[in-house]
Ligand binder design. Structure first.
Ligand code: SAH
Length: 213
């Protein structure tokens, strides 16, 4: 069994070797411990570079994918960020280290409640959690400088595109849930949207309406 310090070094090494090179992203991932976001039998695998099951049949993403998505989002210290798909809350906690304010939305009450408890325990004061269908965005707090979607949509949802500020960036996995999806970076310009395809990914689907738990 490795010491916690060795585990952390291996964790950061795995991130770098998968292409997470942005020093601000790496230090955010060094500061935010992944273990509290994983409950039960899988908690001893918190520092493995692997996705893991969480409540409500959902998954906490693979750390290197969290790192690469965060890096692609290019978050600045004055940015207001919307995350759709709170899940465990891990990705939102990373964003909270880089942004001015983070709004994160999930369709399961059980997940938003548990994420909020962890944010409170970590004293993360710039993250606000909502239980809503995030495919409509969060009109009351729009526009956003950055939007990160952590569930796969068949197309980038229209309301999210509309709630992106000009000059803003959205990163979203696009494709059918049972197939390989593409991670897309959308940049809003004065006249429209630019689309860049980044890499293949696998995410749970973006579903309509609220969840039952
Ligand atoms: N970012 C998370 C992992 C997300 S898993 C983490 O760091 O742990 C994808 C999440 O998207 C799931 O929790 C799922 O409930 C949520 N989701 C799916 N469709 C949604 C929708 N329409 N609105 C809000 N959340 C949604």
């Amino acid at each position: 069994m490795n010491t916690p310090a060795e585990q952390k070094m291996q964790f950061l090494f795995a991130l770098r070797s998968k292409g997470v090179t942005d020093s601000r992203v790496l230090s955010a991932m060094e500061v935010v411990d992944r273990a509290p976001f994983i409950q039960g039998t899988f908690s001893d695998r918190a520092y493995d570079d692997t996705p893991l099951p969480i409540a409500c049949g959902q998954t906490i993403s693979q750390p290197s994918v969290v790192g690469l998505m965060t890096q692609a989002l290019n978050v600045g210290p004055r940015d207001i960020v919307l995350e759709v798909g709170t899940g465990s809350g891990y990705q939102a906690a990373i964003l909270s280290q880089l942004a001015r304010r983070v709004y994160t939305v999930d369709r399961f009450k059980r997940l938003t409640r548990s994420a909020k408890e962890i944010f409170d325990a970590m004293d993360l004061r710039n993250v606000t959690v909502f239980c809503e269908d995030g495919s409509h965005g969060l009109p009351s707090h729009a526009p956003f400088d950055r939007i990160l979607v952590t569930a796969a949509a068949e197309d980038p949802p229209g309301p999210l595109l509309q709630q992106l500020r000009v000059g803003g960036i959205m990163v979203v996995p696009v494709g059918q849930s049972d197939a390989v999806q593409s991670l897309i970076k959308v940049t809003r310009t004065e006249t429209g949207f630019d689309y860049d395809e980044l890499r293949e990914v696998r995410f749970v689907p973006l579903l309509e309406g609220l969840g039952e738990e």
